[in-house]
Design a protein around this ligand. Structure first.
Ligand SMILES: Nc1ncnc2c1ncn2[C@@H]1O[C@H](COP(=O)(O)OP(=O)(O)OP(=O)(O)O)[C@@H](O)[C@H]1O
Length: 737
């Protein structure tokens, strides 16, 4: 190294040393100064700040910092001077800040995740929407080809939740079921689909599902509510009448020649297929019955067919002659005037049934153009001589309706609808009472249940009831279908079912009396006794209602029909149409009362009391059940029915009084004309004016009495009609039963 360069380096090292020394010295001085300043009181700091012309605001530390700064002391050094406690606080703050930052970062992370998730969901929704749009477009195209005019969105939703076709289990036969409840769904018709109806019922034995299309409260969001039911058997639209017959009536053929009473009902909304189902059953039965009796030539088949319309009874095999359903003092149910025809062959039986079906009362209603407005009852009796072997009752019930449906019809249809629904309610209560083994069956609550009394009260092991509830598949009928299924569902007392099945039901005193009476009647008939000997001694005699029964003394004419029924020509068959006790009473208000009338009146009063008791019993059960269902309006329902009953009774009464008035009028007219003759006849110049005036006054008094009574009745009747209108308008949207 050159000496000059070395020298230069030595100088620069020395200079650096000198600079470091000066810096250290200066720092030392500043430190001392700072320490001195730190020791100053607040007042001293203020004095010094003022002396330097600086502001005296801020905290003590801020003022001190300002003073230090003015003295050339770096505030950054301050950190080292902060007391330990402050340092700790600062560290804590820092830690908190870091934690907050980390949390924020995490949050930021989860927000990001959420956004991702939402994006995924949106993507899925978008895909679903696209899929739905594609499905909808395809379906619309398909429907267009098929001529269907349905709401495709609902249709797709329903299709997705349908019960898969076929049977979940095999159909069970009625052999060991006392009450067999079946449901049959009819196919949807092309015209219904064209009109926008979707098939809203799916069925897989023993299940049935109602898919009810609905809108959410927003009024636009569509959804489908599914309701599941299970019955003894359910039959889908692809199953035929024979499928139903084979498991319901066919297994009971043996019972029909063994003192059995088999009753089969078809029930459901108008147009749901009740008559269709019944007709196919009738056809199959006609054939099987003759096969059944072919081995015993002494067995004969008799058929009677009548309808109950508006609470009145008409003979469908006798030009719809009116019939009287009566209960005599021995509690025997009489259908007076009913013609029972013998049938010699399958063809004859079928033709008789066809004839009766064709004359049933039908009307166009809101729901159905040719709705059967009556309950039709076909009774087929198998007899050997005068002995009853078995009995089959086929009941095609009138179509049930919503109050709303009948609202839009006229009063006649409304009263008719109310009567139908009342009898359906009574039927339900009677079947329930029978099935649950309840002592009292309120069969007097309606004419329908009155004539079917034996179906409910016959010995348990000899009686079978088959209820076929028919269902229309259309989506607009979903609420109706639900109602039908709920009705069918409530028939069975499920809690008690196992216990009651095929067990003997306890017999009420009244029934005992009835049976004893029947037994006495039988004993008095020698022929019957002889025939009975041939029967199985284990089986007690069958209790059948006395319809034109030759053994019934009250029905002499009927006896003629029965004994010679196969030989007597049709026109010779008498049609007994006695005046019912009620009617006799009313007419007798214009005529004189006799002892017989008084007894009849007592009987009528007693029976009316029993009817009221059964209606009360029915009301009680309904009100109890109502707590568990949404129907509501129990009191209104019965108010309405009471009013309808009153109106129907008054209608009869007014008609009777009017007819009696006309007869009385004709008699008076004759007498008046004789009176006039007596004073104005040829050659009469003088007459007793006082006698004439007295007679004339008597005529006027009589006429006034009759017409005043009629007028009074009319005024009350009109008030009741008005009240009916008011109650029925409140009952919209409710099912009657
Ligand atoms: N299972 C079925 N298959 C084909 N058509 C059917 C079926 N059930 C019913 N129908 C048809 O539906 C229509 C209505 O049936 P039906 O007259 O039997 O109804 P309903 O319940 O007796 O009606 P209402 O109570 O009004 O008399 C008829 O045209 C009938 O032929």
């Amino acid at each position: 190294m050159q000496p000059a360069k070395q020298q230069q380096q030595q100088l620069s090292v020395q200079a650096q040393k000198e600079r470091d020394r000066l810096k250290a010295q200066r720092e030392g001085q500043l430190n001392k100064k700072e320490q001195a300043l730190n020791k100053l009181s607040d007042e001293e700091v203020i004095v010094q700040l003022k002396a330097k012309g600086l502001g005296v605001y801020g905290t003590k530390q801020e003022k001190l910092d300002r003073l230090k700064k003015a003295n050339g002391i770096e505030i950054s050094n301050k950190q080292e001077q902060v007391p330990q406690q402050q340092q700790q606080q600062q560290q804590q703050q820092q830690a908190q800040q870091i934690a907050a930052q980390q949390q924020a970062q995490q949050q930021k992370g989860s927000v990001v995740d959420n956004i991702k998730k939402m994006e995924q969901q949106r993507e899925e929704r978008r895909k679903n929407m696209q899929e739905m749009k594609r499905e909808k477009a395809e379906r619309e195209e398909q429907n267009q080809i098929l001529g269907k005019n349905v709401d495709v969105e609902f249709e797709i939703m329903i299709d997705k939740t349908r019960l898969k076709g076929g049977l979940i289990q095999e159909h069970q036969t009625t052999q060991n079921i006392k009450l067999c409840v079946c449901v049959r769904k009819r196919p949807i018709f092309k015209k219904e689909e064209v009109g926008g109806e979707i098939d809203a019922i799916s069925c897989a034995n023993p299940m049935i599902r109602v898919h009810e299309p609905k809108l959410k409260v927003d009024g636009i969001t569509k959804y489908v509510e599914n309701h599941d039911f299970q019955f003894d058997n359910t039959f889908s639209e692809v199953e035929q009448g024979k499928d139903i017959y084979d498991v319901s009536l066919a297994p009971l053929m043996d019972l029909l020649v063994n003192q059995g009473v088999v009753t089969c009902f078809a029930y459901g909304q108008t147009g749901s297929g009740k008559t269709y189902t019944m007709k196919s059953i009738q056809e199959l039965l006609a054939s099987d019955l003759y096969k059944l009796i072919s081995t015993t030539p002494s067995y004969k088949i008799f058929v009677s067919f009548f309808e109950i319309y508006g609470g009145k009874c008409y003979d469908l095999l006798n030009a719809k002659a009116p019939l009287q359903i009566m209960e005599d003092k021995n509690n025997n149910i009489q259908i007076q005037g009913l013609v029972e025809k013998p049938s010699e062959s399958e063809q004859e039986l079928f033709q008789l049934m066809e004839l009766a079906n064709s004359v049933r009362t039908t009307h166009a209603t809101v729901a159905n153009d040719t709705s059967s407005r009556s309950h039709s009852i076909c009774q087929i009796a198998i007899r050997q001589g005068y002995s009853d072997i078995g009995k089959l009752i086929l009941v095609d019930l009138a179509g049930s309706e919503r109050a709303q449906d009948t609202q839009s019809n006229n009063r006649q249809r409304r009263l008719e609808g109310a009567e139908i629904n009342k009898s359906l309610l009574a039927l339900k209560e009677c079947i329930r009472a029978m099935d649950s083994g309840q002592g009292h069956v309120p069969f007097r609550a309606s004419k329908l249940t009155l004539v079917l009394r034996d179906s409910f009260t016959a010995k348990s092991n000899k009686s079978r009831i088959i209820m076929i509830a028919c269902i229309s598949p259309g989506s607009s009928s979903a609420d109706h279908s639900l109602n039908t299924l709920r009705y069918a569902d409530r028939l069975k007392d499920k809690s008690n079912q196992a216990k009651v099945q095929l067990e003997e039901r306890e017999v009420t005193n009244e029934e005992l009396l009835y049976r004893q009476q029947q037994g006495q009647d039988r004993q008095s008939d020698k022929n019957l006794e002889n025939n009975n000997k041939q029967q199985d001694k284990q089986n007690p005699p069958l209790q059948l209602p006395k319809i034109n029964d030759p053994r019934n003394q009250n029905n002499q004419n009927a006896g003629n029909i029965k004994k010679n029924s196969s030989q007597v020509p049709e026109k010779e068959k008498p049609k007994s149409q006695p005046v019912p006790p009620k009617q006799q009473k009313k007419i007798n208000t214009v005529q004189e009362d006799s002892d017989d009338d008084v007894a009849a009146e007592e009987l009528v009063n007693k029976k009316n009391g029993q009817v009221k008791e059964d209606v009360r019993c029915m009301k009680e059960t309904m009100m109890k059940n109502e707590q568990n269902n949404a129907n509501g309006n129990g009191n209104e329902f019965f108010d309405f029915h009471e009013k309808v009953n009153t109106i129907l009774e008054e209608q009869d009464e007014i008609l009777n009084i009017h007819m009696a008035a006309i007869k009385e009028d004709a008699k008076l007219l004759q007498q008046e004309s004789e009176l006039i003759q007596s004073i104005q006849g040829v050659g009469i110049v003088d007459y007793d004016v006082d006698t004439y005036v007295g007679n004339l006054e008597a005529f006027i008094r009589k006429k006034l009495k009759i017409y005043n009574l009629l007028n009074k009745k009319l005024l009350v009747f009109k008030t009741h009609l008005k009240e009916e209108e008011e109650i029925s308008s409140k009952m919209k949207n409710t099912f009657y039963y």
